[in-house]
Design a protein around this ligand. Structure first.
Ligand code: AMP
Length: 383
């Protein structure tokens, strides 16, 4: 494997320039790599850290080829890049995870079909291309159910919860001609995620299972370890290992799961990259999810992904700036010395926009969650 390793000093390419790319770039620079960022945005969270920020559309394949010529490997922090973009990069250097993984995971329907055909448990679903199919699917799966666009969905974007048959024609219209997927509404006990890496040599490392609380379909607070029985913990980890193995992932991939009220697991979604729920690894694990992505895509040995202490993470959305009527009270939040602040360098705080996060470690996950929640509340205190 050693001759295939991409060693410190080399230049790495990242498609996408948001906070995930930023934290990846920090990890890469810490280990002596150079980083080139490619996205349509300028002064981006990742571009502020990378050595070079290429600002061009993903569809400009000549620019993508130029970009790939200047790096040793391409990875991404945003999976919704066109297949042609990763294929153009792959003409020159490895893309990790590769185009096949991207192709499967950037389309909800393809992803669910792949998972169920390969024996992984998924939420019951139906393909919806016509109103007739939607009506039929709603009859089979029952209402309420959730209609999602097959592409470009994350953080609840492109999702509609359907309660009655009368809503179906309007909901179908709102797909605006994009293929849809209808999912049974899972009455889950809790939501968990497994962020895991697979190396060039097939080695596997999973981070501790995270437990995720959402607000308005956006991740709000993550705690680790998840409050689930050890057998379920092992099952979730084995499921993730199976998915990475089946897809032959080289790199990092996140499996989002529902724990049903009967104690079973259902895969909600895969993300072929680092994940918001993994941010606490920066402060709570010997190797962060970003360093692990780097190690995996460079063919280095994977790092230890154990939890040093129970931990929690709270997202900071632009809503906080709105509610605070300006700059949040950082000093008040940091008055608890256990609190760590991470901001993504985004100039404009918009409602729903992920601006940063807080983490804490504590004696228990519950205490850590209480610490990040109360620190976040203190952001609204008057200065
Ligand atoms: P997604 O964009 O698919 O990750 O969905 C965002 C959030 O919406 C999930 O984390 C769940 O809280 C909720 N959700 C999505 N799909 C379902 C479902 N089939 N049943 C119940 N809740 C869901």
């Amino acid at each position: 494997m050693s001759n295939r390793m991409i060693l410190p000093g080399a230049t790495l390419g990242v498609l996408g320039s948001g906070q995930l790319g930023r934290m990846f770039s920090i990890a890469a620079r810490q280990m002596g790599y150079r980083v080139h960022i490619y996205s349509p945005d300028s002064d981006s969270p990742a571009g502020q850290i990378g050595d070079v920020e290429v600002v061009a559309p993903y569809e400009d394949l000549d620019r993508v080829r130029d970009f790939a010529r200047g790096v040793r490997v391409v990875t991404f922090e945003f999976e919704n890049v066109p297949s042609a973009t990763s294929a153009a990069a792959a003409e020159f250097v490895p893309v990790r995870p590769d185009g096949k993984v991207l192709h499967t995971t950037q389309h909800r329907l393809r992803e669910k079909e792949y998972l169920s055909q390969n024996g992984f448990p998924v939420t019951p679903f139906r393909r919806v291309a016509t109103l007739g199919q939607l009506q039929h699917a709603a009859m089979e799966l029952g209402l309420p159910s959730i209609l999602k666009t097959a592409t470009f969905g994350y953080d609840g974007k492109g999702q509609q919860r359907l309660e009655s048959r009368e809503e179906l024609p309007g909901a179908f219209e709102r797909l605006y001609g994009v293929e849809g997927i209808l999912e049974a509404c899972v009455d889950f006990d809790r939501e968990i995620s497994v962020v895991a890496a697979r190396g060039l040599d097939g080695s596997f490392e999973g981070f501790p299972v995270f437990e995720n609380a959402h607000a308005h379909h956006i991740l709000d607070v993550t705690v680790a370890p998840a409050g689930i029985p050890p057998t379920l913990y092992r099952e979730a980890m084995e499921l993730a290992r199976g998915v990475l193995e089946s897809l032959q992932v080289v790199g990092l991939l996140t499996v989002e799961l529902f724990v049903t009220r009967q104690g079973g697991l259902l895969v909600n979604e895969l993300a072929p990259r680092t994940h918001n729920s993994g941010h606490l690894t920066l402060d709570a694990c010997p190797t962060s999810q970003f360093e692990q992505q780097l190690r995996a895509v460079c063919g280095l040995p994977l790092g230890a992904s154990t939890l040093r202490a129970p931990a929690a993470m709270a997202n900071l959305l632009g809503d906080i700036w709105e509610l605070a009527g300006g700059v949040p009270n950082w000093a008040a939040a940091l008055s608890d010395p256990a609190i760590k602040l991470h901001l993504y360098g985004k100039a404009v705080p918009r409602v729903g926009r992920k601006m940063g996060h807080l983490t804490a470690t504590a004696a228990t996950a519950t205490e850590a969650a209480a610490a990040v929640r109360s620190a976040r509340d203190r952001l609204l205190w008057p200065h």
